[in-house]
Design a protein. Structure first.
Length: 307
C-alpha cells in the first residue's frame, strides 16, 4: 500500500498468495492440537483438534462454529499484531467497515471466534462485546406501483368473466388491506346489511362497503348458492362445500395466479401506503394488528422494490 492509498501490482499479488496460503492452512485438519500458525502474521489460532466441514470452511470448537474464511480475512487485516490479546475493538470495526453489505455476516463469524478464544483463555477480554450489527428496519419486500394498482382495480371491478373469488380477494386486499386469514374466515355474520358495512374477522371496526367490493362479494355469495352447500363461509370451494370449515390458504394463492400476483405482495401494498399516511394507533385499531406489525410496514424507499 502506497502513501496515496493505491496498491501496487506486487502488493496485490502478494496479498492474494498470502490469502490462499492461509486459507489452505486453516482448512486443513490439525493433528498437532493447539498452536496452529496463520502465516504470514504468526497469529496462533486457539483451535484444538478441529475438523473442517467440507467446502463451507467452518470448524466446530465445542458448541462454537468458527468460520475460517472470516478469520482468514481478519488475520490478514491485523497487520503488525503478534497476539490475539492485542486486538482492539477499533481493529475489528475497521475490518467490518470494509464490506458494509456483509457486516452482519462477518460480525457473526468474528464474534463466534472471539467467544471461543475467550473461553480457551487465548484472550482475557472479548473485543467484540461493544460491537453490534445495525439492522435496517422497516419494510423490505415488494410493493405494487400505482399504475399496476389501477390496472388490477379495473380488472377486478369491471370484468365479470374472471372468477368471483379472485375479484373479491383482490379488491378486499387492495382497498381494505385484508389478510389471507381474514378472507378465509369471512362469513355472512360479518356482513351488516343495516349500516351497510362489513367487518373482517379479528377487526373491531366496520368498514363502509364500496361498490366494487360489494359487487364482488355478491358474486361470491351467488357462486356459493350454486354449489348448494350449507357452509356459511363466503369463500366455498368444491372441497369445502361438504363441510363447514374455511377454504385453505392455497386457494387464495391459486385464485390470484391468473393475475400474476402473490398474496403477500398484494396484501403488503395497502398497509404500506396507510402506514406512511396515518398514525400507528389508528392503524392498529382499523387493521386489528399489533403496534409491531404496523411498524413493520413503515416504508423505506431504498428497501422497497416496486413490481
Amino acid at each position: 500500500m502506497t502513501s496515496d492509498g493505491t496498491t501496487t501490482t506486487m502488493d496485490t499479488g502478494s496479498a492474494i498468495r498470502n490469502r490462499l496460503s492461509t486459507r489452505r492452512l486453516l482448512s486443513a485438519r490439525s493433528t498437532t492440537g493447539r498452536g496452529t500458525i496463520a502465516r504470514p502474521l504468526g497469529l496462533a489460532l486457539p483451535l484444538a483438534g478441529h475438523n473442517a466441514r467440507g467446502p463451507s470452511r467452518t470448524v466446530f470448537q465445542g458448541r462454537h462454529e468458527i468460520r475460517l474464511d472470516t478469520i482468514c480475512d481478519l488475520a490478514l487485516h491485523l497487520e503488525g499484531h503478534r497476539a490475539w490479546a492485542s486486538v482492539t475493538t477499533a481493529d475489528l470495526e475497521s475490518l467490518l467497515a470494509l464490506a458494509l453489505a456483509r457486516r452482519a455476516f462477518h460480525l457473526v463469524g468474528v464474534r463466534q471466534f472471539f467467544v471461543h478464544a475467550h473461553h480457551s483463555r487465548a484472550v482475557l477480554h472479548d473485543p467484540m462485546d461493544p460491537i453490534t450489527a445495525v439492522q435496517q428496519r422497516g419494510f423490505h419486500g415488494l410493493a405494487l406501483t400505482p399504475a399496476r394498482q389501477c390496472t388490477l382495480y379495473e380488472r377486478w371491478a369491471t370484468r365479470y368473466d374472471i372468477h368471483p373469488h379472485e375479484a373479491f380477494f383482490g379488491l378486499a386486499a387492495l382497498l381494505h388491506a385484508a389478510a389471507i386469514t381474514e378472507l378465509r374466515r369471512f362469513t355472512d355474520a360479518d356482513i351488516d346489511p343495516d349500516r351497510p358495512s362489513v367487518r373482517f374477522p379479528g377487526r373491531s371496526v366496520h368498514l363502509p362497503r364500496d361498490s366494487a367490493t360489494w359487487r364482488a362479494l355478491q358474486r361470491c355469495r351467488e357462486h356459493r348458492r350454486r354449489l348448494g352447500t350449507g357452509n356459511r363461509h363466503l369463500l366455498v370451494t368444491r372441497f369445502t362445500r361438504t363441510h363447514h370449515g374455511p377454504a385453505g390458504a392455497a386457494h387464495v394463492r391459486d385464485s390470484l395466479a391468473p393475475a400474476g400476483l402473490l398474496p403477500r405482495v398484494l396484501r403488503s401494498t395497502r398497509p404500506l401506503a396507510l402506514a406512511d399516511e396515518l398514525d400507528v394507533k389508528i392503524l392498529t385499531v382499523c387493521l386489528g394488528m399489533s403496534s409491531a406489525g404496523v411498524a413493520h410496514y413503515r416504508p423505506y424507499p431504498k428497501l422497497t422494490r416496486p413490481v
